[in-house]
Design a protein. Structure first.
Length: 281
C-alpha cells in the first residue's frame, strides 16, 4: 500500500471550510493517496503552525482568511502570479527544497466565469468591489481577459488607487472610492471581493450600477443568495453566481501543482451545491 501524503488548509475561522471535502473527492477521482485536513490557526501563529506541519511530513497547504498576505512573506520562492498579487493561497513543500508559494484564486475565478458560466470578459466593463487580498489575487487574470475597462472600488480610495497602479501594465484599470461609484457608467460584470457577505451585510451601491444583461459574482458562497447577489438581482443583473465554482476551480489548480494531475471539477461543484441546498430543500 502506498504512503499517504498529508495536506491541509489553514485559516481562522476554518470550521466552515469545504476544502477537505473537495480534495478528498479529487483524490478519489485521480487515485491519489492523500489525507487533507482543516486546521484552525491562531491569528498570530501561522509561521509556527506551518513549521509544525512540515515537521510532521506535510506536503502542501492551502491558506485562507486571514493569512494569505502573511503566507506570501513566509514562502522562499514565489510564482510570478503570486509575486504580483502579494498574496499566497497555496504552499508546496518538497523535501530538501525551498517553500514555493502560489496563488490560484485568479485562475479559479477566470475558469468559473469563462468555462463554467460561459462568460466573455473581452470588451466588457468590469467592476471589482474591494481592494484586499481577495481582489489582489484576481486582477491580473481579469485584465489579461482584455476587458474594456476594470474599476476597483473600495471604501478607502487610496488602497484602490494603489492597487490600480500596481496592475496598470496589464490593461486599463482605475481605482476609486465606493462613494464615487455614482459617477461611473454602468458595468457589465460586477464582482464582490469584499467580506461583507460573510457577515450577511449588504453594500450600499448606486441603483444604476448593473448594465442591461449584467453578470454579478460574489466570491462568497452559500446555500442561499448573498446580500450582494440579492441586490444585483433586484437591480437588473441577468445572471447572479456565488463563489462555489471559484473555490473548486482554485482547489483544482492547487491539486495540479501538488500532484501533477488536474481533477474534474464539474461533478464536485454539483455535489457540493446539492449538499449546501439540502437543508432548505
Amino acid at each position: 500500500m502506498s504512503a499517504v501524503d498529508l495536506y491541509a488548509v489553514m485559516g481562522n475561522p476554518i470550521g466552515h471550510s469545504l476544502s477537505p471535502a473537495i480534495h478528498t473527492q479529487f483524490a478519489e477521482q485521480t487515485d491519489q493517496a492523500l489525507d487533507y485536513r482543516a486546521m484552525l490557526v491562531p491569528v498570530d501563529g501561522l509561521a509556527d503552525a506551518i513549521a509544525r506541519f512540515r515537521a510532521e511530513g506535510g506536503r502542501g497547504l492551502n491558506i485562507t482568511v486571514p493569512f494569505k498576505q502573511e503566507a506570501y512573506t513566509l514562502a522562499d520562492r514565489l510564482t510570478p502570479r503570486a509575486q504580483r498579487a502579494g498574496a499566497v493561497n497555496t504552499l508546496c513543500f518538497t523535501p530538501g527544497q525551498s517553500v514555493l508559494g502560489d496563488t490560484t484564486d485568479g485562475v479559479g475565478l477566470l475558469t468559473d466565469l469563462q468555462q463554467n458560466l460561459g462568460l466573455t470578459l473581452a470588451a466588457r466593463r468590469v467592476l471589482v468591489l474591494g481592494a484586499g487580498g481577495a481582489a489582489r489575487g484576481v486582477l491580473q487574470p481579469l485584465l489579461e481577459a482584455a476587458p474594456e475597462a476594470l474599476v476597483i472600488a473600495n471604501r478607502t480610495a487610496q488602497r484602490a488607487e494603489q492597487l490600480a497602479r500596481t496592475f496598470s501594465e496589464f490593461g486599463p484599470i482605475d481605482g476609486i472610492g465606493i462613494d464615487a461609484l455614482g459617477r461611473q457608467a454602468a458595468f457589465d460584470v460586477l464582482i464582490n471581493a469584499t467580506s461583507t457577505s460573510l457577515g450577511g451585510a449588504a453594500l450600499e451601491l448606486p441603483d444604476h450600477l448593473a448594465a442591461p444583461g449584467a453578470v454579478a459574482y460574489d466570491m462568497v458562497y452559500g446555500a442561499r443568495p448573498t446580500p450582494f447577489l440579492e441586490w444585483a438581482a433586484a437591480h437588473g443583473a441577468d445572471l447572479c453566481a456565488d463563489g462555489l465554482g471559484m473555490l473548486v476551480e482554485q482547489a483544482a489548480e492547487s491539486f495540479l501543482l501538488w500532484r501533477g494531475v488536474r481533477p474534474q471539477t464539474a461533478p464536485v461543484i454539483s455535489r457540493l451545491r446539492a449538499q449546501l441546498r439540502a437543508p432548505y430543500a
